[in-house]
Design a protein around this ligand. Sequence first.
Ligand code: FMN
Length: 434
Amino acid sequence: MASTGLSQPIQMRLHNNNNKCTADFPATVRPGLCRRGGRVSLRASSASGNQTAEPDLSVTVNGLKMPNPFVIGSGPPGTNYTVMKRAFDEGWGAVIAKTVSLDAAKVVNVTPRYAKLRAAGSNSSTRGQIIGWQNIELISDRPLETMLKEFKQLKDEYPDRILIASVMEEYNKAAWEELIYRVEETGIDAIEVNFSCPHGMPERKMGAAVGQDCELLEEVCGWVNAVATVPVWAKMTPNITDITRPAKVSLNAGCEGVAAINTIMSVMGINLDTLRPEPCVEGYSTPGGYSAKAVHPIALAKVMSIAKMMRSEFGDDKEHSLSGIGGVETGGDAAEFILLGADTVQVCTGVMMHGYGLVKKLSSELRDFMKKHNFSSIQEFKGASLPYFTTHMDLVKRQQEAIRERKAIKKGLLSDKDWTGDGFVQETESMVSN
Ligand SMILES: Cc1cc2nc3c(=O)[nH]c(=O)nc-3n(C[C@H](O)[C@H](O)[C@H](O)COP(=O)(O)O)c2cc1C
């Protein structure tokens, strides 16, 4: 058994038996969650009951009640107590902390580690809007004990707010079990498993190295779900041919939710003066992860295909949750994810660019969208745009039918030469306005 580093030793007695587990450590089941066959059951539904003038942004996802669907995505905005407290104070629906592992000493970051992509400015002297962001940042480099202490402090001070731990470990069952137990001990409400970090540490079989290999993923999800007593979300990498495969494996292996997407593997650019790649560290660089506005359409496509898979493979979408991530800066961006089936929407780079107050703008813009369409709750429009995705073949068939129908109706005549004897009355009627 791995060393736990806990103040008192824990005796783990775990057996994976239909996703049930017994363990000698205490189970931390959050109030308000119901249990389903030994695991926390989940429900994704709007908490709104009463019709109010203002649309209700609150959601209940996997039993977790949030004042709005806006969640701080794992990254710099969830690195320590001060910034996570700020997120709660500003009104974020939930906070996902920066990813932690057992041994932060192995995590060594470099600076600079970010690079921006800007749209062309309106003239040569103006700098365009930031549309893309690359990072080569690793997971949290702070000692696990420190992060855990801060999780506990946040939960003590904000017992009704949702704090989610993001975790990642090496390919080692005991290490995963220990990490899950230790983060749960702090009172966090759910766990997001980072199967998706595209850069750094693939040699340690961490992050995307697991998320890109469905066999490894199934095994690790099994380890995690055998010990976890709070809802578990699996965070997906877009750096894979078919993102629905790992999403399905994770849900089949007992995860309550899927989050997508993490960053897209990228090379931000080459400095044409120095001929060196960006971000440049001592003259060198390494491929990183791409985020912000430029990835939004790609993220929408991934979320759409995962949502369709969840509906077709798992039936009714209430049993599992979906968290949309990628390039959200407006309430409209968030509405798009929800229309494609997301229960919650995560924001990371948007907070790095605009600050924690962004949640107020996101909320008011989402409310405006809901008012425009008379939606009183998030649940009312969740997945509403999904049925309008089909195959190219079907688009061709629909278009041919529509053209046939328009021709059959024959509205108006282009020229007097078009009058016919047989259709004369119908042709006359087609030009009457009342
Ligand atoms: C600087 C930076 C650091 C990040 N670190 C993490 C991390 O530690 N764990 C994780 O799961 N995702 C991490 N991410 C990915 C984000 O949570 C998110 O999935 C991705 O950036 C896309 O969303 P966005 O466009 O809102 O940033 C990081 C992203 C950035 C920009």
